[in-house]
Write a protein that binds this ligand. Structure first.
Ligand code: T1G
Length: 693
């Protein structure tokens, strides 16, 4: 028997144990071992029942995602699953941790399912561009009905054991040793004379109206995504076809998803998230400082959002403001944010009070003397940051981590305001901080390995996607988005309207168009950043001037009711700004160009390739560790479509030779900003991709 699957005999019951760390993925060895163990049990007349358990921290968490895209190797998971269900001997599986994807499909083929109370079960395949391909779309509806099956399969979200018990996925919740619980359950089945109970033999009630409604909903809520609609089609097949044909249809739909470029992109994103936690030169066992208490300086939008990040995971946090009035406003904002979640039903009133109880308003820095970590979210001015960090340096205990939420200021300059630069790190949250998953962890020149490791661990604890970045203007995400936004403004002056630019990029898959984003964040902020950058411009790097016209007219975006768009009576729905065309004509005239129509394809190439070119520079400078880190930043902080894998995965998929050719053309037509990045030229010359770095 292979070591990843072992069999023990307990009287007339065969106990099959899967032991394939870290998550008991159903790789080839596990599939082959399971099938062998099943066949042996089937052939052994002395065996009357089978119990299946997993070692380690979790039940099987699915197929081995690393195998996708490679030639399939028998036995396939459907083959193993069908052998389990067809077995003439009753099988009991005991679930702990997370039974996901193929793991749950194996469990659904077992005749009885019991689980620990803290276990979860789910079919998350849709999140990686697939669908349950080993019977999940056919068996789950037979157990829980079409509606609940569609909820689980289309969302990909797991359900907790008590809910799974209520749904009929589980037969019992058990405690104690997994094997003993399974053996006792099997013993009871045998004593009661209960044999195999096959899910596949159950009928499922069709519901054409429900399926049609879900299909329409998926089309509306998940535009551009390929596999969700296939999930609906597979479940629909279960309502119409006998099991064997339904499984065949499921397999066809699964293969179509497997072949989709979206599957490759989404799996790239899955592994990128796990890769980002690995920092070159930082051993995995680097000691970390535990953050038992935190503090936030500044109760504005960001400060309150950050304070909620800590409270949401149970970390007590002090929120410091300058006076009572400001503090009251901040605490009210925190309450309003939680209240909105309560009204949405995603938070109970009791949980809200518990979280708010963890946020303590303070007015005096002395209150921060014992906290383990302080993060400031004050005004983006180096002078203001200096005042804050000098106070923190004087007050905070030795070993406290001093963090800045600055979005682009020089972290090394900030660290130099203290006598402990080794304890200073950047924690760049993205607004709204309690919602956006991305956290850029900015490593200063002096930041110690321990503080960096502590910050990365804190990021995971806050349920963020933490990506380590170096110090430069804008770090990684904002530095790239500066280029992206600049091209969007140039395109306006060249002839496009804001609506054309934004809809082209929304059609590409961006969550919001670049100009609507600028209006949301405030054109005063854009203007301040640009004025700060102006002295550093290189020869030939001209600036679009439409922003100057809007700024001069007091049009600062949503906050002033007008920017690239109009927002009448405080509406958040952009409308054409009638003052803009004249400004664009003036801007074009100043550049000596006549405005003319611009195609959506050109708009997308100018904006997306600007991201790619700047990312190549960032990689070359070592500001980001790897291309997939940059993809992760854009997937989790800037609304880049996950099904395209991120800007660099997307560039690789287009072919870097094509991308470089277009950048060279843009360099000819639009000048210095389009100087091709040397790394991009090297990769093309060597026939390599960003993924090969
Ligand atoms: N295959 C291969 N490796 C996996 C894996 C998987 N399914 N799941 C996790 N890993 C690796 C991961 O890369 C990391 O590796 C380590 O395990 C720990 O993971 C036919 C087609 C289970 C909730 O989508 O959701 O079944 O970085 O850091 O935070 O219908 O992993 O240590 O080298 O995430 O405790 C469906 C994906 C597959 C589940 C644990 N299953 N995994 O979270 O640990 S498709 C999934 C997770 C399928 C069938 C279909 C999570 C977790 P390394 P981790 P964690």
């Amino acid at each position: 028997m292979s070591e990843v699957v072992q069999v023990e005999r307990h009287g007339d019951v065969a106990l099959i144990k899967v032991d394939n760390p870290p998550v008991n993925a159903l790789g080839l060895a596990v599939r082959a071992g399971l099938l062998r163990a099943l066949r042996e049990a089937e052939a052994d007349a002395a065996v009357r029942a089978v119990v299946l358990v997993c070692a380690g921290r979790t039940f099987m968490a699915g197929a081995d995602i690393k195998e996708f895209g490679k030639p399939p190797r028998a036995p396939s998971l459907p083959e193993v699953v069908e052998a389990i269900e067809a077995s003439a001997k009753p099988s009991v599986t005991v679930i702990h941790g997370t039974a996901l994807g193929g793991g749950l499909e194996v469990a659904l083929a077992c005749h009885y399912r019991i689980a620990r109370a803290d276990a979860q079960v789910g079919l998350p395949e849709v999140k990686i561009g697939l669908l349950p391909g080993a019977g999940g779309t056919q068996r789950l509806p037979r157990l829980v009905g079409v509606g609940r099956a569609l909820d689980m399969i289309v969302s990909g979200n797991p359900v907790k054991a008590p809910q799974a018990l209520e749904y009929g996925i589980l037969d019992a919740i058990v405690e104690g040793d997994l094997a003993e619980a399974g053996l006792a359950y099997a013993r009871r089945l045998l004593d009661e004379g209960r044999g195999p109970r096959r899910t596949g033999e159950r009928q499922v009630e069709g519901d054409a109206a429900l399926i049609a409604a879900r299909h329409a909903e998926v089309q509306k809520r998940m535009p551009g995504l390929f596999s969700p609609l296939h999930c609906v089609a597979a479940v629909e097949a279960a309502t119409r076809l006998p099991l064997a044909e339904g499984l065949k249809r499921e397999r066809e739909l699964f293969q179509e998803c497997l072949a989709s470029p979206q599957r490759a992109a989404l799996i790239h994103a899955f592994f990128a998230e796990r890769e980002a936690a690995k920092i070159a030169g930082l051993p995995a066992d680097t000691p970390v400082r535990e953050v038992r208490t935190a503090a936030v300086i500044g109760g504005g939008t960001m400060g309150v959002g950050i304070a909620l990040c800590f409270a949401n995971v149970g970390i007590p946090v002090k929120l410091l403001e300058v006076d009572d009035a400001a503090l009251d406003r901040a605490l009210q904002r925190a309450r309003a944010t939680c209240q909105a979640s309560v009204e949405r039903g995603s938070l109970t009133a009791e949980a809200m009070e518990k979280r708010l109880g963890l946020i303590q308003g303070v007015l005096d820095y002395a209150a921060l003397a014992e906290v383990d970590l302080v993060i400031e979210a004050v005004f983006e001015s180096l002078d203001v940051k200096r005042q804050v960090f000098e106070r923190l340096d004087a007050v905070c205990k030795p070993g406290a981590i001093l963090a800045s939420n600055t979005s682009s200021l020089d972290l090394d300059a900030i660290a130099a305001f203290t006598r402990r630069p080794q304890d200073v790190v950047g924690l760049h949250f993205f607004s709204p901080a309690n919602v956006m998953r991305l956290l850029e962890v900015v490593r200063g020149r002096e930041t110690s390995a321990e503080v960096l490791a502590s910050a990365m661990q804190l990021g995971k604890r806050l349920k963020k996607v933490a990506v380590a970045v170096g110090v430069c203007d804008g770090f990684v995400g904002n530095r790239m988005i500066f280029q992206y936004g600049r091209q969007a403004e140039f395109l306006l002056e060249e002839g496009a309207s804001p609506a054309q630019v934004d809809s082209a990029l929304r059609d590409f898959g961006m969550a919001m168009g670049p100009l609507a984003v600028r209006d949301l964040s405030g054109l005063d902020i854009s203007h301040a950043i640009r004025e700060r950058q102006r002295p550093g411009l290189k020869p030939g790097q001209t600036l679009p001037t439409v922003l100057d016209h809007l700024y001069a007219a007091g049009m600062l975006g949503q906050k002033s009711g007008a920017g690239f768009y109009l927002y009448p009576q405080g509406s958040r729905t952009p409308q054409d700004n009638p003052a803009l065309p004249a400004m664009l004509e003036q801007a074009a005239a100043a550049r000596g160009i006549a405005r003319q129509p611009v195609s959506a394809e050109h708009i997308v190439e100018r904006c997306i390739f600007a991201l790619v070119n700047e990312a190549a520079r960032i990689l070359d400078e070592g500001i980001a560790q790897r291309a997939s880190d940059i993809d992760l930043i854009f997937l989790n902080g800037y609304g880049f479509p996950a099904w395209r894998g991120g800007p660099l995965f997307h560039a690789d998929s287009l072919g870097l030779d094509q991308v470089l050719q277009r950048i060279r053309e843009f360099h000819q037509r639009f000048g210095a900003w389009w100087e091709p990045a040397p790394l991009l030229e090297r990769l093309v010359a060597e026939g390599r991709r960003f993924a090969d770095l």
